[in-house]
Design a protein around this ligand. Structure first.
Ligand code: PLP
Length: 445
């Protein structure tokens, strides 16, 4: 057990814990997406929007577990809901009423989510939605947008790296680049990559590949694409592919469900055939769900005398997750959503005004309670425009560390999500720290 000692610099309990963890966990932790050198701080406890780390530091949490904790940590109604159900048992090979109650709550917010099936993660949700789309259309391929992340599912882990070396730079069709070693060539071949901001090229690709494409998967505010809404012409291209060729639309709302009471699809005029959900609908516990119109969701119905698309999961719809999710959504009502989105507007306008006033080439994108920093004044249109030069990624990583030193946790690419315990004081703190860190990085002062 590596306890920190005076002769073991850097003296930090988190550093010591990391050394200990590396022996039994490859990379020291499974939190790859939020890892940064030399190691992230270890969390001990959280309350509201604040986290305490192993070294006793208080950190304002804008990462809130990959944007899943819309009410922050240990939200009292969620804690109370968990207390109430935990004594009755944590998982059953039988349905429970908690599952129906959460499905009803989601449907009452979002008419497009007429029926819902629960699973354990957003990755599973995307995977089941893709499986359903393939079964509904009898086609093998899936189209996704260059740069977009949809979980750890290899069919969609294609052309998502934010590493500029993936760029082909030719202005041609985006290449289908596998993200991980071990992705079979057949999987890559069945993934069609679309450019986010070039609707004509999008249409050309969809027309050419239509006979083999089951669905287009779209995250309506993909962080890795820059956290900008899909251009109207791109939405039109997807809609045309649906009407002309029967290509389905899967909206990945694993993150964006928080953007309105009904999710992001109504905000951008999208009419998805299937919707992948996760994160906030579990109230802080592991969750995923596929939702959609009953006619589409019937593909999962095992009671109709036809082989359904299999949708398993030992812990799917467990009562703890369902009760926590219901408590979280009940408290994220229309006024709460509006209030949080307005805080996001305030943050963006304050930060962007400060950048303009200082004449610094930087901007904050986002929508509602989601935000992301960019080190360019040029419009952010797609994955490619997020990193205007190779140095931008390094500079963002440096700003991320400066923010952490200032006591504010963002994701390593300097994006974040607000949570309902935040108020004007926290927005001021984030804005001030972010502007200071960006100016220091950009002007070298
Ligand atoms: N889809 C999107 C847009 C995501 O951001 C994520 C996770 O961050 C996922 C899917 C996968 O969700 P999970 O991490 O719960 O598997």
């Amino acid at each position: 057990n590596a306890e920190p000692t005076d002769n073991q610099p850097p003296f930090s309990r988190s550093a010591a814990e990391f050394e200990r963890a590396k022996r039994v966990i490859p990379g020291g932790s499974m939190r790859q997406a939020t890892w940064f050198a030399p190691h992230p701080p270890y969390a001990v406890r959280g309350e509201g929007c604040w986290v305490e780390d192993l070294d006793g530091r208080r950190i304002l949490d804008c990462a809130n577990n990959f944007f899943s904790l819309v009410h922050g940590h240990a939200f009292p109604p969620v804690v109370e809901a968990l207390r109430k159900v935990v004594g009755d048992g944590t998982a059953f090979g039988m349905p429970t009423r908690h599952e129906t109650a959460l499905a009803e709550a989601i449907r009452s917010r979002s008419p497009r989510c007429e029926q819902i099936r629960f699973c354990n993660s957003g990755t599973e949700a995307v995977m089941f939605a893709v499986k359903a789309a393939r079964a509904l259309t009898g086609r093998p391929a899936i189209a996704k947008f260059e740069g977009a992340y949809h979980g750890s599912y290899d069919s969609l882990e294609v052309s998502l790296g934010s590493d500029p070396s993936n760029w082909d730079g030719s202005g041609g069709d985006p290449a289908a680049v596998p993200y991980d070693r071990g992705t079979p060539a057949g999987v890559v071949a069945d993934t069609v990559v679309l450019p986010y901001a070039d609707a004509d090229r999008c249409t050309a690709i969809l027309e050419r590949e239509a006979p083999r494409i089951a669905a287009v998967v779209l995250d309506p505010l993909a962080s890795k694409i820059g956290m900008v809404p899909p251009p109207a012409a791109t939405i039109e291209a997807i809609r045309n592919a649906g009407t002309r060729h029967g290509i389905l639309l899967i909206c990945d709302e694993v993150i964006t469900f928080r953007l309105s009471h009904a999710g992001a699809h109504p905000l951008f005029g999208l009419e998805p055939d299937l919707i992948a959900l996760g994160k906030i609908i579990g109230g802080g516990l592991p969750v995923g769900a596929v939702a959609g119109p009953a006619a589409r969701m019937a593909i999962f119905d095992h009671t109709r005398g036809q082989p359904p698309v299999a949708f398993g999961g030992t812990f799917s719809a467990n009562p703890l997750t369902m009760a926590a999710g219901l408590a979280a959504l009940d408290a994220f009502d229309l006024p709460a959503v509006d209030r949080l989105n307005r805080l996001g507007d305030t943050l963006r306008s304050r930060v962007n005004a400060a950048f303009t006033e200082a004449g610094v080439a930087a901007q904050m994108t986002g929508f509602g309670s989601l935000f992301r920093l960019h080190l360019t004044a040029a419009p952010i249109r797609d994955y490619r425009s997020c990193y205007p030069d190779a140095a931008a990624k390094k500079a963002l990583a440096a700003i991320h560390l400066t923010m952490l030193d200032a006591g504010v946790l963002l994701t390593p690419n300097c994006s974040g999500a607000l949570s309902t315990p935040m108020a004007a004081a926290e927005i001021s703190l984030i804005a001030h720290a972010l502007v200071e860190a960006t100016l220091a990085e950009r002007t070298g002062r």
